[in-house]
Design a protein around this ligand. Structure first.
Ligand code: PMP
Length: 406
């Protein structure tokens, strides 16, 4: 099955008025432009319908923005109720205070929190808070890690000037010796270390922290007075309802959440410890629609659902059934496939497939079966998936592998 006619029509129209038609990670060239749909018409639960009327079982969840499934009734009801009063006002609404109370109650180390719209808004702000607090300039990150669209960290080259990266250093994920070396040599210059809970580069297998990695990281930060920032934008809500640091048993100084926080409504939050409160007030923070009460209502309802229903554990369990099922079908058909990373957000990796051709073939054939499997980005498991949908997916995956083998 090829990409539908209506997707192509819309893309042609878009290309006249939107540079590139679609940009960023949803651009057709980031996926499989010959088979993936370019535009979506509607979505419900764990499925979506593209503009050509094809229905897909979804394993991308709006690239992680949906945790409870599309159009979750309780989240939508909370938004509808708030909409009766309005969304953006001259002043914040009460929901902002309620949400901040809820987040600082749920995240064990958090003594304050702030809100914005995107992950990038607050990863960049958090680095500045660390600089303000320490009076130092350098931020250290893991090579290949994504932290947003700003010039200090974005993966592109366009519009950048050399000084954008002058104060950003990198080390290889899991290499504590290299990190120690950097920190000891530059101890009076390093403001912060920003890391994701595990390493999830695009176009590559996910890498979990080795035993002792996070405790080693924490010790080094303490020793050298470096602020430890957890970028939990992508993993937040899918590993532990109380934040991904709990899953890996450590405690950061600042953490940023976004994708799943509002279950499809744009919101991000940075939480922090008390010793950073003063610096947080000294780094200017605002945005035109950042007080949006609709997104805050969605986030409040979404967090309540997560805690009530142990959603992180649920998506991990569902993901485990799904991942082990796929690995078994692959093995039965003579393929060595590992679902890397935690089961709620796996990235599939075939042995000896560093150019990803085999994975692309697999995802292309899966598309014919109505399975939205991405070859270049980790997948996301939605809590709207149920046993029937997982077995339906595995049944279709059997068909995919029988075609792979032929
Ligand atoms: N950090 C991580 C780990 C992310 O995955 C993303 C988004 N893909 C961001 C930061 C940036 O978030 P946003 O796209 O909302 O700005």
């Amino acid at each position: 099955m090829k990409t539908g006619k209506e997707s192509h029509n819309l893309f042609q129209r878009a290309s006249k008025v939107i540079p590139g038609g679609i940009y960023g990670h949803t651009s057709p060239i980031s996926g499989l432009p010959d088979v993936f749909p370019y535009y979506c018409r509607r979505a419900q639960g764990c499925t979506f319908e593209d503009v050509d009327g094809r229905v897909w079982i979804d394993y991308m969840c709006g690239y992680g923005a949906l945790l409870h499934g599309y159009l979750h009734p309780e989240v939508e009801a909370a938004v509808t109720l708030q909409r009766e009063s309005g969304s953006v006002f001259n002043q914040p609404a009460e929901i902002m205070v309620k949400l901040a109370e809820k987040i600082t109650e749920i995240i064990d180390f958090a003594q304050w929190c702030v809100f914005a719209k995107n992950g990038s808004d607050l990863t960049t702000w958090a680095v500045r808070v660390a600089r303000q607090h320490t009076g130092r300039s350098i931020a250290i990150k893991a090579a290949g890690a994504y932290h947003g669209v700003d010039a200090w960290c974005d993966p592109g080259l366009g519009g950048r000037i050399p000084s954008d990266r002058e104060h950003v250093l990198e080390f290889q994920w899991n290499d504590l010796d290299q990190l120690k070396d950097l920190m000891s040599k530059l101890s009076d210059k390093v403001a912060c270390l920003i890391l994701t809970p595990f390493h999830h580069p695009s176009f590559g297998a996910s890498v979990l922290p080795q035993d002792g990695f996070w405790s080693g990281v924490r010790n080094l930060c303490d020793k050298y007075g470096v602020v430890l920032i957890l970028d939990d934008v992508r993993c937040g809500g899918r590993l532990d309802d109380g934040g991904s640091h709990r899953y890996f048993n450590f405690s950061p100084d600042l953490a940023i959440y976004s994708k799943a926080l509002g279950n499809g409504y744009a919101i991000s939050s940075c939480v922090g410890r008390d010793f950073l409160r003063k610096a947080s007030m000294e780094v200017f923070l605002t945005g035109s629609c950042w007080n949006d009460a609709l997104a805050m209502s969605a986030a409040f309802a979404s967090l309540e659902i997560s805690i009530r229903d142990s959603v992180a554990q649920n998506v991990l369990n569902k993901g485990r059934d799904f991942c082990s099922g796929i690995e078994k079908i692959a093995a039965k058909n003579g393929f060595s496939l590992s679902m890397t990373g935690p089961s709620s957000m796996p990235y599939p990796y075939f042995d000896e497939d560093s150019d990803l051709f085999l994975l692309q073939k697999f995802c292309r054939l899966a598309a014919q079966e109505g399975l939205f499997f991405h070859p270049h980005h980790n997948w996301f498991v939605s809590n709207a998936l149920d046993i029937e949908m997982i077995s339906e997916t595995l049944k279709r995956t059997e068909n995919v592998f029988s075609l792979m083998a032929s």
